[in-house]
Design a protein around this ligand. Structure first.
Ligand SMILES: Nc1nc2c(c(=O)[nH]1)N[C@H]1C(S)=C(S)[C@@H](COP(=O)(O)O)O[C@H]1N2
Ligand SMILES: [Mo]
Length: 403
């Protein structure tokens, strides 16, 4: 290791090194300049509904959300627990440690050069999507997400499995921890990075036609934006968004789930905040089957007659589940119309749907429920939990039709 001294030659050598590293990174991204800063608050406000500015939490309007099966990055929800770090690509280093034979550190250029990169399509959704609906039973704390804490993108980067294999996984390893480069201030004032954790089995999952877990450097064909985790994040298809850790800094292979707050205490389904109950509960991994009516928007005033309604459906994020059926009711569940899909839906990926219906002045609401290929169906009601996670019951949009 070279110690730093302030002679002119050392500085210029350092500058040179930095420049060449920066160039390598620039070459790696295929262009010299790209957004290294987060969007301005004004720009975010134009594109998303902002729930909180610091930390930034924002979701799209539903008509923007379902404009295309691939969600444009500007309309992709942003969910943060702490500050958004600005990481210089030249300084970036990812460390792989824990129960591995050879702990390794990788630069961005090495992540690019040493591994085959793979492009996947996967839907990301926050466990708190639709949380605001919990208020029908009892309001819960946290960001009051509507139906837009979901998005579908293409992601590109090396397979997590390839990186773990290079480090050599110990035979007794069972879990993989991820640590972000952000700083989250907890209620007790302590500051720690956001962390996630997934079972090793999931990290190594290799099923035909099912997207792998990757370390994404690209989203929708461009380098990750700062808000979405630049320069590297995990993308774990089928799992709640919290397991797709942004600004990834460290991977730890272990025989147990991560002790990070967001694995050990948060993202668990409990009806109390009792510490022991929380400690003993299982972390949420897969996202639940879900679906929502996006158009017309809830509370719309509509004319009677033919109207196209549309929305999204999401399969449960396990095995190779895909959307199998979407049913719509405009008479409070007495009759349901099933929507057919022309081609099989993709695993771990949402399916946008639309249906023409005849509205009458008696139509009070539009309901939707999805079924996946594993037989999971959106339930009629969601069990209340103290954090408002996994809100996935039949989605009901109240509307008014003119008489
Ligand atoms: N480092 C870090 N990673 C993170 C988070 C975070 O706060 N910090 N939030 C997580 C949660 S809860 C979700 S739902 C997704 C959201 O990803 P997005 O902001 O790219 O939509 O990122 C996850 N990864
Ligand atoms: Mo989330």
């Amino acid at each position: 290791m070279q110690t730093s001294h302030s002679s002119a030659s050392a500085i210029s050598r350092r500058t040179l090194l930095r420049t060449s590293l920066a160039l390598t990174a620039a070459g790696y991204f295929g262009r010299v300049s790209f957004a290294k800063e987060a969007r301005t608050a004004a720009k975010v406000k134009k594109e998303l509904i902002v729930h909180s500015q610091t930390p930034l939490n924002a979701e799209p309007e539903l008509f923007n959300l379902i404009k295309s099966p691939i969600t444009p990055t500007e309309y992709f929800y942003v969910r943060n627990h702490g500050t958004i770090p600005t990481i210089q690509e030249a300084d970036f280093q990812l460390s792989i440690e824990g129960m591995v034979q050879n702990p390794i550190k990788l630069s961005l250029a090495e992540i690019h050069d040493k591994f085959k990169s793979e492009q996947i399509e996967a839907t990301l959704t926050c466990a708190g999507n639709r949380r605001f609906e919990m208020e029908a039973v009892k309001k819960v704390g946290g960001v009051q997400w509507r139906e837009g804490a979901i998005g579908n993108a293409t992601w590109k980067g090396p397979r997590l499995a390839d990186i773990l294999k290079m480090a050599g996984i110990d035979t007794s390893a069972k879990h993989v921890w991820f640590e972000g480069g952000d700083a989250v201030t907890e209620k007790d004032g302590s500051v720690a990075p956001f962390g996630g954790s997934i079972p090793l089995e999931k990290a190594l999952e290799d099923l035909p036609g099912v997207p792998h877990s990757i370390l994404a450097t690209h989203m929708n064909g461009a380098p990750l934006t700062v808000e979405h985790g630049f320069p590297v994040r995990t993308v774990v298809p089928g799992f709640i968004g919290a397991r797709s850790v942004k600004w990834l800094k460290k991977i730890v292979v272990s025989d147990r789930p991560s002790p990070n707050h967001y694995v050990a205490d948060a993202y668990k389904l409990t009806t109390t905040s009792d510490k022991d109950v929380l400690k003993n509960a299982t972390p949420i991994y897969s996202f639940p089957i879900n679906g929502a009516v996006c158009l017309p928007a809830a509370k719309s005033m509509l004319k009677p007659g033919k109207t196209t309604i549309s929305g999204y459906a999401l399969p449960q994020g396990e095995k190779n589940g895909s959307v199998a059926k979407v049913e719509v009711s405009i008479d409070e569940g007495k009759n349901w119309t099933a929507i057919k899909f022309n081609s099989p839906c993709k695993p771990f990926t949402w399916q946008l749907w639309s249906l023409d219906v005849d509205l009458t002045p008696q139509t009070k609401s539009i309901w939707v429920r999805s079924t996946d290929s594993l037989g999971n169906v959106q339930p009629e009601t969601t069990p209340w939990n103290i954090k408002g996670y996994m809100q996935n019951c039949w989605h009901r949009a109240a509307i008014q039709v003119q008489g």
